[in-house]
Design a protein around this ligand. Structure first.
Ligand SMILES: C[S@@+](CC[C@H](N)C(=O)[O-])C[C@H]1O[C@@H](n2cnc3c(N)ncnc32)[C@H](O)[C@@H]1O
Length: 282
């Protein structure tokens, strides 16, 4: 065993050279926007060790060659599924949802003439954010079913999107939700897990979309964009470019919600600051 190999359970983690790390980190940055600082070497090797072991690769360069030569795209999918941090939960950063209910929705209800409310959860991970939004809209518009309030929910990670589409969560994951929502919006399965009801599932459209490399080709602008805890993984240049793309696709009077640990400097975008992590196109 090479001296810098580390034993994880029964398996041996392959060592990575600086050049190999740079090669993979550059690939990840260029293709997914995720910026891995040199300190993230252990994270990278840890997250990829299973793939390397299962496919019997003998080095990270061999794995890299396999990824770039793979024409099916499957290697890139499994790479991003390992690298993306999918951590999320229902009602995360709850102040945003309160603001949405109390200020944003009343304003939009009074100003959107065609009753086509357009919301995008960008970087939706396993679906909790998009479903939380859908529960809020369902409650808010409950006697107004002439409103079209479908939510677009996108992510780069196919694994996360599969979980999101299934809409199955365990009891612990549902803990932050008000009991009435558990009752109204989930059905209990024989496995003791909970599945989002079909009526809500139909309101959320999950799609694969790469925020960095894909063009935003939407027919109409969005009134509300949630892109929370996603840009933290991007470098400043990619973040600025993404904010510009969001701005272009935001309707006048529309809102951008970002994560509470994130911010947009006043001079870096045309959005106006409303409150922590909430911006508006005025
Ligand atoms: C930490 S989760 C945030 C989930 C949710 N928005 C929240 O705040 O709880 C970050 C998500 O961003 C996604 N992501 C990372 N890079 C992306 C990219 N270039 N395009 C689209 N999604 C990306 C990841 O796959 C992951 O699901």
């Amino acid at each position: 065993m090479a001296s810098n190999n580390r034993v994880k359970g029964m398996s041996i983690m392959l060592p990575i050279t600086e050049a190999e790390f740079k090669q993979l980190a550059d690939y990840i940055k260029n293709n997914f926007g995720i910026y891995l600082k040199p300190e993230k070497q252990a994270l990278l090797t840890g997250r990829l060790s299973n793939i390397l072991e299962n496919n019997k690769f003998t080095s990270f360069s061999e794995y890299y060659d396999y990824v770039i030569k793979d024409q099916t795209g499957k290697a890139a999918v499994s790479l991003i599924d390992r690298i993306a941090t999918n951590y999320t939960y229902f009602m995360r950063e709850i102040e945003h949802f309160h603001y949405l209910q109390n200020a944003v929705l009343p304003y939009l209800e009074n100003t959107i003439k065609d009753r086509d409310l357009r919301i995008w959860s960008a970087g939706c991970s396993t679906g909790e954010e998009a479903y939380t939004l859908s529960f809020i809209l369902d409650e808010y518009f409950k006697d107004k079913n002439w409103w079209d309030k479908k939510i677009l929910a996108t992510d780069i990670s196919v694994g996360a999107l599969t979980t999101a589409k299934d809409g199955i969560y365990d009891q612990k994951q549902l803990a932050p939700l008000p009991p009435i929502w558990k009752l109204n919006y989930f059905k209990k399965l024989a496995s003791h897990k909970y599945e989002v009801i079909d009526r809500i599932k139909k309101e959320v459209i999950f799609r694969k979309l790469n925020l960095i490399t894909d063009k935003f080709e939407f027919k109409k602008p969005f009134h509300i964009i949630f892109c929370r805890n996603v840009m933290i993984y991007f470098d400043n240049k990619d973040k600025m470019e993404l904010i510009r793309k969001f701005y272009d696709i935001t309707a006048h009077g529309g809102y951008l919600f970002i994560g509470h640990s994130e911010s947009i400097a006043r001079n870096d975008s045309n959005y106006s600051y409303i409150m922590p992590a909430v911006y508006r196109k005025i």
